[in-house]
Design a protein around this ligand. Sequence first.
Ligand SMILES: [Zn+2]
Length: 312
Amino acid sequence: MRLARGCWDGGSRFLRGNSPYHRPMASVDRTVGCLFCGNRQGRFESEEHVIPLALGNAVASGLVEDEFVIPPGEICDKCNRRRLSLRDKALAEWPPISVFRSLGQVANRRGQLVDAVAGTRWDIALNPKDPRRFVLFALANTGPRSNRDDVARALCKIALETRWLDYPLDARSARWNPIASAAIGGPLPASLLMGLTHPDAPENVNLAPESRVFVDDDFAALRIFGLTFVTGLQLSLLINSHAPLVPRTAWWSADSATGVLTGPDSFWGRFEGAAARATRTTAASSMSSAKNRSALPTEPGAQLYLHRSSES
Ligand SMILES: [Zn+2]
């Protein structure tokens, strides 16, 4: 769909400040139009995944029976396919999430495993008595170049969609406007806090994707605590609230002057696990199909491949 000249495009307004379409029109209204940009024109045909397909919100991953979605008609295709998909990608490829996605062997929408992205480092200690058992220390880049601001936008997207599923009238109310615009590329709300918590013990790892949002209705403006669970990690989104004391958690806050996140530039995770079979190999040796394994880079020139249980 191509917007007619003169139509206001809520997303482009933020993505490209000098857009010729930056002209508010009466037809832009989040109470009735697109849940994010408020536009009432264009196509509304696509289904939107609240948590990205790539992070296990796909039947093919084996982690959900039903995909957690917003039905067609609520979000315009332009937001869904372009602006929100950029946030989904930022979230799925954020190094800490990518590490755990690879380690947890979370399959993508086609049921395939995906290697970790750049910006991650591993140190794996294998149990000499049982080579399938390992203790892994993962270091992931969470600096400004890790796209962490877009990860916070992804959490805004998930929080708004989760609220829509619980209480559509409130999700479409004006107090959510800053969250809606952040999700499609606008500035981060000044009061935003983002937290990342890694699991305390292997038995407590739950790879199933889940999202919850708690809203303080005694507060006239928006005060929320959003929780997103993906790849065994817990991500928190707080608006107009203080960071709670949560163990094993790193926090980033939006700088009110610059509108970008400040906080730790790296994240450590420790993880114990067992693969159905582990193969230590060198990069030079050829491995067969990548379908049923995750490659975990270890020391230079060697990789540990974790095979899916179904292959054992
Ligand atoms: Zn839209």
